[in-house]
Structure formats: C-alpha cells, structure tokens
Design a protein around this ligand. Structure first.
Ligand SMILES: [Zn+2]
Length: 581
C-alpha cells in the first residue's frame, strides 16, 4: 500500500547532526501540540508533508481540503510564531518548553494565519468551547513555514515503548505476512462495542493495527498510561499474532469529519489497507452529526483516498440477541438494546458501580477502576495511579513499596522473591521479605485454611507490609493469597503496590511438588488445598506475570526489576546510602 503522495517521508535527525545544524540559529519554543506534530512530520506519519505548511497550502487546505498541489489533506499543520519573536535568518532551532532541542526548520515563509477562517472551515465552528477551535484561535497570528528535520526523543512509559514509525509498522506487517491490515484509531479505553468492530474486521482481514493516539488530548480524557494498560488488558481477548498495538504521537484536534479523514491518511502511511470509521469519529460534544465523518469519507474518490474505509453503524448490546449487534444485524426493538458509550462507562466507573462484563472486559474495568480510585473524587481529572507514576531520577530516600507475589503452592514465589531481595539490596533498598509459610507460624498462628482465615491471614500480612512500606521499606510478600478481593484490599491500602502473578501451571506445581503436598492433597489427605480442593483466583490486571514454567529465575527477577524501574520505584544507580544488611 503506497503512502499518501507516493513516498514515505523520513525527516529524522541524529542528535549530533541536530546540534551541528542549529549552531548559531535563533530558537523557537514549540507547544506540546506543535512538538507532537513535528514528530509526526519527521516520522512520515504526515507524508507527503515535509514540514509546517506554507500560506498557499494553508489556504488550499482550509478551503478545499487539499494541498496547493491538489492532493487530499484536510487539516492545516502550522507552526506559530509567538508575539515578540522575530524570525531572522534562514534556519530555526526548534525546542521544547524546557529548552531541549527538538529539530530544525528551514525558513521558507512567515505569514499571517487566518485563524478565524481556519477554525470555521476546519471545525465548522469558532466556538472557543470546542477544544480544537480554541487551540487554533489561541495560536499566534503569525506562522512560520518550511521543511523540518527532527530528533526522535525517546518517550516515557508504555506509550513510548509502543511508539512506532510508519516504516516500523510496515516492516512488522511484512514480517507477519499480513497483506490486508485494518487500522483502528482511538483516544479512549476499549469497550465491548470497539472489540466487536475490531473482531468483525479481523474475520475478514489479516491483521489489526490498534493505534491509539497519544499526543496532547483534552482534559477529562483518560491518561495515556492508564489507557495503555487498558489496551493491553483488552488484547487478552485477541490472538496475539493478529494484532499490533502501536501508539501514534500526534495532537488530537476533535475536528470530526476532517480529522477522521486525516486519521485515515495517517494509517495509510503506516501501511494499513483498511480503516474503521465508527459513529461520531474524532468528534466532540454535539458539533458533528454521528455519521458526518462517514459521509465525508464515502464521498471521496477511492483512488485518491488510497485506503478502504470500513463504515460501521452504531453498535449496541441487545439482550434478545445476547451480545453486540447493530441495526444491520438485530431485529429487536429499542427496549432490548442498550447503547454502549465511553461516556456511559466512565459514568459507571465514577459512581463506583461495577461495570457489566457485557460492556467492558473485567480486566479492562479493573485497570480503569484502579485509576478512578486514584482520581480526585469527581473522576474528571485522573491523577496517574501510583503504579503509573513517571520514572523519577535517583531518590534521596527511596519510596517504600510492596511487591506481592501470588500463585499456587510451589509456583516459585519465595524463590523469585529471595533472588529479587538480593538484587534490591545491592541497589541500597532497605528490605523485608514476608513469606507466607513463615508468617503462618508467627503472625497468623492458629489460623486455618477456610476462606475467612485465609482472608484474615492476608489482611495481617497486608497490614504489616503497608506499615513497613510507609517507612520506606521495600517489602516483598510471597503468599498464595488465592482470593482476588483480599489482594485488592491490600492494594487499596498501599501507595505503591506491584502485583506479580507467578503463573506457574498447576501441572508443573504438582509435578515439582517440592513439599510433597500435592501428592497428599490429590490423595485426599489434605483438605482445603489451593488448586486441588480450594479455588485460586488469578489477578485480573497484575503488574507482572511470570511464566516460571518456561523462564529461569534470573529472567523472572529481571522482569520484576524492569517493572519497578518503569514505575520509578528503583533505579540502576545505587541510592546514596550505606546498603542495609
Ligand atoms: Zn437483537
């Protein structure tokens, strides 16, 4: 599938080259949205654009949804010149708000940008309540145009690790042998209606590019790291070899139909052959009709579009059908149908109501509920949950945290915890290991193995762990802890809780039978034995899952350390303190 305009643009720059190019050049500070656009330009996501738009392209794009050369392009990509900044010379150093170099622009033109006209044509409104219009109306009156080259700075977190360039997604599609690829744009967590659309497409085509946009969005949208966790959770319901999760770093404009078109072209550049266009795609509030985006895209000549839109009707849950359906597939009256929207899901989460599995997969709901529990009450502005905090640099006093190993007896919880303890001690953490077996002889002497006693045991371990963590201790707990609710209660009482599911299979545990317990349990000599005569409830969204069936202890430890580093709870650099013994 050829990129838009026929050639994939690549305007990336090595940091050393950038330093050389910008030497002596005046600087321009980019807004976060402009910086995200710069990145999309440099990677070729915006092919054929090679830089910020000239007045001719801006005029043509605003009026006709085409570039001056006639190629389809629905939304201006402009770089503002803040008041008081004089553009001198033929080259500009582009920097972020902290002064870090982002790239370089070859100055071709400085022009007055018709912001009101652009807003009215592109967004259909100049209402400052529209987040996209507000950004354009609030932009500087002058714009500077010209080709850019940019350094791709590494990005934080899960979103950063999944940020792929169009060349990279194309290479991955080829290596997987996919010939037909469906792109799915989203800026929200995935609920069952999305999953239905994606799976309808996967019935027909080779692969799905789940391509969340992770650039600047509006307040009230779910934070990126929470969304990423939710996508990972949702993907447990897809065959892993048929879906690629990648992130698109670009600002959201909320321009409805025009933005849906832009999103289609960007996915074409990433190598998609098909693109899902749902109801009210890229819209906000009530500015656009639910099918305006589909109408616009369907009206364009297919050879100019170069990617096949998959236009889906409104999807709902039908009680009579017993699943997701649309008016195209379900004959039942409205009374049987429940429309499913992100807004509705968010409302349920805000109210602390359980989200029905028919609406959102329980794994996804767990990730979101956890985030909402950390929100500020009205749930509108979500703080990153502790577990998703940005990695910090070396801390003078390392934060305490609890790593909770859960899994069947003999799964290897204590083994991994002990090895992890050694690693963390080397890094200077004060450390405590609470082993379920040992705790039972002291803290929980006399408790049996009924659900009630097991819950009491976990509550006691949780209490001690929370106290220690409060005082900066890294606490490693190894306990079967078979009940989800009990574990989640401990999570709720600890600032930094990392759940590690030691997911060794029952067969392997029984075969190893380190303590000879499985044999006796299977022979009926021990009752209430987890996995044999008592249930084990796997975590729905653990921070780490270890496969000790297949990986050695070292690899397991490495995984947990990587997670702790990602969460900013430990760093490779040893904290400035005498290692505790
Ligand atoms: Zn029905």
């Amino acid at each position: 599938m050829a990129p838009h305009g026929g050639r994939l643009v690549d305007r990336r720059l090595e940091p050393e080259e950038a330093a050389e190019l910008v030497r002596g050049a005046p600087s321009l500070t980019l807004s976060p949205a402009e910086a995200a656009d710069l990145r999309a330009l440099a990677t070729g996501a915006y092919s054929p654009l090679t830089g910020f738009m000239t007045s001719a392209d801006h005029e043509a794009c605003t009026q006709t949804m085409r570039l001056a050369n006639g190629l389809l392009w629905p939304i201006p990509v402009c770089l503002g010149v803040p008041d008081g900044v004089n553009i001198r010379g033929d080259r500009l150093a582009l920097r972020d708000g902290h002064g870090n170099p982002l790239g370089v622009l070859e100055v071709h033109e400085v022009y007055k940008r018709d912001r009101l006209g652009e807003s009215e044509r592109v967004f259909g409104t100049s209402d400052p309540a529209h987040p996209g219009a507000a950004r354009v109306l609030g932009a500087p009156a002058l714009a500077v145009a010209g080709p850019v080259r940019a350094v791709l700075q590494p990005l934080d977190g899960l979103a950063g690790r999944h940020a792929l360039t169009p060349a990279e997604t194309r290479a991955l599609f080829a290596s997987r042998g996919w010939r037909t690829i469906v792109g799915f744009q989203t800026r929200n967590p995935i609920h069952r209606a999305h999953e239905y659309l994606q799976k309808c497409a996967l019935e027909l085509y080779d692969g799905l590019l789940l391509h969340p946009l992770v650039g600047p969005t509006k307040d009230g949208d779910v934070p990126v790291e929470v969304r990423m966790r939710a996508y990972q959770a949702a993907l447990r319901y897809f065959p892993p070899d048929r879906v690629l999760l990648a992130t698109l770093v670009a600002p959201m404009r909320y321009a409805g139909p025009r933005e849906a078109l832009l999103h289609a072209l960007v996915r074409k550049n990433h190598g998609c052959t098909h693109f899902i266009v749902g109801r009210d795609q890229a819209g906000v509030g009530t500015y656009y009709g639910p099918f305006d985006a589909q109408r616009l895209i369907a009206s364009l000549p297919p050879q100019e579009l170069g990617i096949t839109p998959l236009l889906f009707d409104k999807v709902f849950h039908c009680a009579a059908c017993g699943g997701m359906a649309s008016a195209k597939t379900c004959p039942h009256p409205d009374s049987e149908r429940i429309a499913l929207s992100g807004t509705m899901v968010r409302a349920m989460l805000r109210a602390g109501e359980p989200v029905l599995p028919g609406f959102v997969r329980p794994e996804v709901a767990t990730v979101l509920q956890r985030a909402y529990r950390h929100s500020n009450g009205d749930g509108q502005v979500l703080r990153q949950p502790a577990g998703d905090a940005k990695p910090t640099s070396v801390q003078a006093t390392p934060a305490g945290f609890v790593v909770w190993f859960t899994g069947l007896s003999g799964a290897g919880k204590s083994t991994v915890a002990t090895a992890l303890a050694t690693r963390l001690r080397e890094r200077g953490h004060r450390l405590e290991v609470l082993d379920g077996d040992e705790v039972r002889t002291s803290l929980s002497e006399g408790l049996g193995f009924s659900r009630e006693d097991r819950d009491t045991n976990i509550a006691r371990i949780g209490y001690v762990a929370a106290k220690l963590a409060q005082h900066g201790v890294a606490v490693l707990v190894a306990a079967i802890s078979p009940y989800r609710e009990a574990r989640d209660r401990v999570r709720g009482s600890v600032d930094h809780f990392v759940e590690v599911h030691v997911a060794t299979s029952f067969a392997t545990c029984a075969e190893r039978d380190v303590k000879g317990l499985y044999g006796r349990a299977l022979a009926g000599q021990i009752t209430q034995f987890t996995g044999v005569s008592d249930p084990y409830e796997s975590p729905l969204a653990p921070e780490v899952v270890l496969d000790t069936d297949r990986e050695p202890v070292d690899a397991s430890v490495e995984q947990v350390v990587a997670c702790l580093e990602r969460l900013g709870l430990t760093t490779a650099a040893t904290p400035d303190r005498t290692p505790a013994r």
